[in-house]
Design a binder for this molecule. Structure first.
Ligand SMILES: C[S@@+](CC[C@H](N)C(=O)[O-])C[C@H]1O[C@@H](n2cnc3c(N)ncnc32)[C@H](O)[C@@H]1O
Length: 355
């Protein structure tokens, strides 16, 4: 496989799914005539952004890195009446060309091109309370991607989508020893995202007219204003026993499998001597996304163990958006009636309740 073939296949799909469009074509021509570098997304990637924004039913979109406004036009076209898009650009010439392209596309009323380094304009947006944004597209200087991710998270809500472009970098992203600041920026962001319990992410590699690269796609699934809970590397479960043995905390992150759940059961055998009868259990599902069905029998054994150890009270955190999983799992277990069970929406509420 080679670039020629990737370009031919890109053309095939673009001919089928991305019909010629005078405003988008004019934006590319205008940018090229003004001497802007051809580092915009490919047409079929622009269409992907449009579809993502539509699926997301985005009304408020933020873009970091405008160039000539090509991806901006794609994204802005997804907006319903009353929707808004803010795009951040550091280079005055790029911003000027983008404004002209966006106006030609009939989107000047919907799009604000904000000139300045995103390092300054992102804090400005936060100070102006311009968020939360439903979709954030990160496509500026890659070395600063970790910072842009932090701001994207701050400017999000539960359910926001964050997309970062150019995260594969011809495969260099997998090279631990790379000294390229762009690769290092992307790697640091990826590691940060992997450890962030409020975000669920995956990356897709792409080949096409733009060569070999890819997108990182992230969904914010917990309230970003809530404190992050430390997630142990590579784990979806965490069990802690308080020093006095009076509280056991069980936390679930992301997608939990039966293998993880069995390890959890093993934790109980190791930690049970430290647990004092009458203890409280805090079951924190605020960062849980999904659980395999074959976890349920193991979960049942965990609950029996908790009961046998003399549990005094159970407090569970099941946020509204996870009520389906949380209640499905927990309703299957019958505790002794004398054991009170409280259900909270947030971890802060549960901690306050436990005192
Ligand atoms: C890859 S281009 C954006 C392409 C555009 N999203 C598209 O697909 O049509 C990156 C843009 O980010 C801008 N940029 C670089 N550093 C920036 C910064 N610190 N703040 C804001 N924009 C920046 C560059 O000037 C450039 O126009």
């Amino acid at each position: 496989m080679n670039q020629e073939q990737w370009t031919a296949v890109d053309r095939y799909f673009t001919d089928l799914f991305v019909p010629p469009d005078s405003a988008l074509d004019a934006a590319l021509e205008g940018s090229s005539a003004a001497g802007l570098p051809p580092i915009h997304v490919a047409p079929n990637q622009g269409k992907l952004l449009l579809l993502l924004a539509q699926v997301q039913q985005a009304r408020n979109i933020l873009e970091i890195g405008t160039l000539g406004g090509y991806s901006t036009i794609w994204l802005a076209r997804s907006l319903p009446a009353g929707g808004r898009l803010i795009t951040l650009e550091a280079d005055p010439k790029h911003a000027e060309v983008a404004r002209a392209n966006i106006a030609r596309a009939g989107l000047a009323e919907v799009v604000e091109v904000r000139l300045g380094s995103a390092r300054d304009t992102l804090p400005q947006l936060a100070a102006e309370s311009r968020g939360p944004f439903d979709l954030i597209f990160i496509d500026a200087d890659k070395a600063r991607y970790p910072e842009y991710f932090e701001w994207a998270l701050k400017l999000s809500r539960r359910g926001s989508l964050i997309v970062a472009d150019n995260v594969v970098r011809k495969g260099a992203v997998a090279d631990v020893s790379s000294v390229d600041p762009n690769v290092q920026g992307v790697r640091r962001m990826n590691e940060r995202v992997a450890a962030e319990t409020r975000v669920s992410a995956t990356a897709i590699q792409t080949v096409g007219s733009k060569g070999y690269d890819g997108f990182l796609i992230m969904r914010v699934h917990a309230d970003p204003s809530a404190p992050a809970v430390g997630r142990p590397a590579g784990c979806t479960l965490k069990m802690e026993v308080a020093a006095d043995g009076m509280r056991v905390t069980l936390r679930y992150f992301g997608h939990v499998t039966a293998v993880d759940m069995r390890a959890h059961l093993g934790d109980f055998s190791t930690l049970s001597p430290k647990i004092s009868p009458g203890f409280s259990v805090l079951v924190d599902m605020s960062s849980l996304e999904s659980m395999d069905n074959d976890c349920l029998p193991i979960m049942s054994r965990i609950m029996d163990t908790i009961d046998r150890l003399g549990v005094g009270r159970i407090v569970r955190v099941i946020p509204n958006h996870r009520v389906d999983i949380g209640l499905n799992i927990l309703s299957r277990f019958h505790y002794r009636p004398e054991v009170p069970i409280h259900t909270c929406e947030t971890l802060a509420e549960a901690i306050a309740l436990l005192g």
